[in-house]
Design a binder for this molecule. Sequence first.
Ligand SMILES: Cc1cc2nc3c(=O)[nH]c(=O)nc-3n(C[C@H](O)[C@H](O)[C@H](O)COP(=O)(O)OP(=O)(O)OC[C@H]3O[C@@H](n4cnc5c(N)ncnc54)[C@H](O)[C@@H]3O)c2cc1C
Length: 387
Amino acid sequence: MSDLDSFRLETRAWLEANCPAEMREPARDESDMCWGGRNPAFTNEAQKDWMEAMAARGWTVPDWPSEYGGGGFSPAQTKILKQEMARIGARNPLMSFGISMLGPALLKYGNEEQKKRFLTEIALGQIRWCQGYSEPGAGSDLASLQTKCEDKGDHWLVNGQKVWTSYADKADWIFCLVRTDPAAPKHQGISFLLFDMASPGVTTRPILLISGNSPFCETFFDDVKVPKDQLVGALNKGWDVAKYLLGHEREMISGMGLGGQTDSLGAGLADALAEDPILRADVARFDVDAMAFRAMSERFIDELKAGQAHPAQPSMMKYAGTELNKARHELVMAARGSNALEWESDRSKKGKAAREWLRTKANSIEGGTSEIQLGIVAKRILELPGA
Ligand SMILES: Cc1cc2nc3c(=O)[nH]c(=O)nc-3n(C[C@H](O)[C@H](O)[C@H](O)COP(=O)(O)OP(=O)(O)OC[C@H]3O[C@@H](n4cnc5c(N)ncnc54)[C@H](O)[C@@H]3O)c2cc1C
C-alpha cells in the first residue's frame, strides 16, 4: 500500500470517528455556518466540537505550514482530505476570509512575526476578518481609493470610508487598502494595513437590502491609530499584495460554479423536465457545461498548488464559475415555475430557492465584476490587441 493510500485510510477513519452527524448535513444558509471570531456564535455544540477538533489538527488549513497552525500537508494529501470530507458530506469546519483571502497574502508578503501571530489565530478560528477594499469612488477602478493613511512617527493615522464591507459589523479585524503617498501615481501610493475593528474611530453602518438582510456595511475611519508593525509588505507596495489576495478571492468565488453537488441538475429536476423538451435541452446543455467546469476547476487547482497557474487564471475561473452558478439558479426557477417564487415561509425550506436565486446575482459583482474579469482575460491571457 502506498503512503498516500494509508494516509487516506487514516484520514477516513479519523473523520468517521470525529465528524458529528449534524456536521454531515449541508448548512441551511450563511447564518448556519461557523465563522469563528473573538465571540464565536455556534449554532450548536456539534459545530463547536467540529471546528475545534479540525483546528487542533491544523485541518482548517491543511496545506499551511504546521508552524503557523496548518496541517503541513502536500497538495496530494490536501486533495485526499477534501475528497474524504466530501465522501461523508462533512461541512467546512470554518468559514473565514482569513483562510481564503488574507492567509495566502500573509504567507507570501507577511514578515515572520506577522505570520506567527495572524496565521495561527486564523487557523484556530480566533479572529474574524473583513475586507476593506471598495470605496464609494473606487470599485472596479480600485486603485483610485482615497482612504488616507499618514505616518505619525510612532503610529499610522487612518481617515476615510469603505463600502460594501461584508460582515464589517461582525468582524474583529480588517485587512485594508490605504493611500500612503497621495502624490505618487495611483497604483504606487497604496499600502496594505491590518487593524482591530474595536479601535477608537472605527464605525460601521449596515446596508439594508431589499431581502431584509444586511450582509455588508459602510465602514468609517475617523482618526484611527494603527500600530506601525501592522503594515504588510513594503510601504507604498500594497497594490502587489492587493492583487495577489484578489487572485485567491476569485479562486474561492469561482468554487460557486461547482454548486456544492456532484449530481446533475437534470437528475434533480427530472419531474419538471418530463413535459418540457425545450427546458430539458437547456438543462442538458447546462450539465455538460458544469462537467466541463468541474474538470477545468480540478486542473486549475492542481496547477495553482504546483505554482504553474497563469496569474490571470483566477479571473477566467471566477467568470466561468459565477456565470455558471447564475445559470443554474435561473434554470431551477424556470423548472419550478411560479411556486418557486414563494418568499415568506421558513427560509430553510420553501423560501430558499428564490432567495438563493437572487443572491447569485451578486456573484458576478463581488470580487470584481464579470466585465472586469473578461477585460483581464482579454489583456493578460489572450493578449488581444487594444485590450
Ligand atoms: C455581495 C458583495 C459583497 C462584497 N463584499 C465586499 C467586501 O467585503 N469588501 C470590499 O471591499 N468590497 C466588497 N464588495 C464590492 C465589490 O468588490 C464591488 O461591488 C465591485 O468591485 C464592483 O465595484 P462597484 O460596485 O463600485 O461597481 P462599478 O465599478 O461602479 O461598476 C459598475 C458597472 O460598470 C462596469 N464597469 C466598470 N468599469 C468597467 C470597465 N473598465 N470595463 C467594462 N465594464 C466596466 C462594471 O462591470 C459594472 O457592471 C462586495 C460586493 C458584493 C456584490
